[in-house]
Write a protein of this length. Structure first.
Length: 90
């Protein structure tokens, strides 16, 4: 089984969006899909808007389409972008 390392950027709809609620829902979805070594951080973008950067490992066989569509359905999420996708060795 090949493991991939992903970095995904979630953009909220507005600066007033509840980032903690978005992070909690994203963590729940990703853990359910088999994500390991999950880390989330907030990154300032502009004018008070912050993106949520998620880094994790998961089996390559799962694919990214399912994860992207599930994350995009989270309330107050404007967009989901895969920033980095790498195969892990080891």
């Amino acid at each position: 089984m090949t493991i991939v390392l992903l970095t995904i950027k979630l953009m909220p709809e507005s600066p007033s969006s509840d980032l903690k609620a978005i992070e909690a829902k994203a963590r729940e979805i990703l853990e359910k899909e088999g994500a390991k070594n999950l880390s989330l951080e907030e990154k300032p973008i502009a004018f008070g808007l912050k993106a949520i950067i998620i880094k994790f490992a998961m089996p390559e066989e799962k694919g990214t389409d399912t994860v992207e569509s599930m994350l995009s359905e989270i309330k107050d999420v404007s967009s989901v972008t895969i920033e980095d996708y790498r195969r892990a060795f080891g």
